[in-house]
Unconditional design. Structure first.
Length: 239
């Protein structure tokens, strides 16, 4: 009887250790679109039946995955909506990390950045915003303003480079030589993918901002709640 009990305990400990080790080898993806629109995600042919501006997928066990990311626009009656494919392809991740994944809605490219090791950096996604049907336009329709000549050239230069850090450097160089309003600054920041680089640009740009009274309103540029909080703290420190 003692031998059976000891064997049972050993088996239980082995299974527990395996489960803990397997959990530590799993990864998390925070997925969003560059313009902050609601999205739908399919990974490895599994459709995650939720719509949000930020979708978090946890416990991914394998290194190679296939993903489809769709931009979603709800119907006015709230019964369903339209989904437009923004990106489809394969990607690799290391086990045990959290990744910030952004699909650029203009180039339809996927950008992935490794964040904090482990699962502790999980941030619950914010609630999906209520659709404003007054602004309900067909997918793919252009609602943007005409770019000024200087911004047009900057946009071409930033689109020509792949690395987000190089996009950031180009934007910082431009702003270092020009005074700028918050509307144009918002446009420039939208050409940068990751929240940490957006934060660096906004901090660099502050001395050049003409309408500083509107600077705090740029908070909604950020996707991650933690980054929004960091920006709020920075704005308070300026007073």
């Amino acid at each position: 009887m003692k031998n059976i009990t000891a064997l049972f305990l050993l088996l239980f400990q082995s299974l527990f250790a395996f489960a803990q080790n397997n959990k530590g080898n799993r990864s998390t993806l925070n997925i969003h679109l560059s313009d902050g629109s609601p999205l739908i995600v399919t990974i490895n042919d599994r459709n995650f039946k939720k719509v949000n501006t930020l979708i978090t997928i946890a416990d991914l066990p394998r290194k190679r995955h296939n993903i489809q990311v769709y931009k979603f626009r709800a119907y006015a009656d709230g019964q369903g909506g339209k989904a437009e494919l923004m990106y489809s392809g394969n990607f690799k991740i290391e086990p045990g990390y959290t990744y910030d994944c952004i699909v650029d809605v203009n180039t339809r490219k996927l950008y992935i950045k490794k964040m904090t090791p482990g699962m502790n950096s999980y941030v619950p996604p914010p609630p999906a915003p209520a659709p404003d049907f007054r602004k309900d336009v067909p997918l793919g329709a252009s609602g943007g303003k005409q770019l000024a000549p200087g911004l047009f050239e900057l946009n071409k230069k930033m689109e020509a480079v792949k690395e987000d850090t190089k996009k950031l450097q180009l934007a910082q160089d431009y702003i270092g030589m020009h005074m700028i309003n918050t509307s144009d600054l918002r446009q420039i920041v939208s050409w940068i993918m990751f929240d940490d680089n957006k934060m660096k640009l906004l901090k660099t740009a502050y001395p050049s901002v003409q309408d500083k009274e509107l600077y705090a309103g740029l908070k909604d540029i950020f996707t991650m709640p933690a980054t929004q909080k960091e920006f709020e703290d920075y704005v308070r420190s300026l007073k």
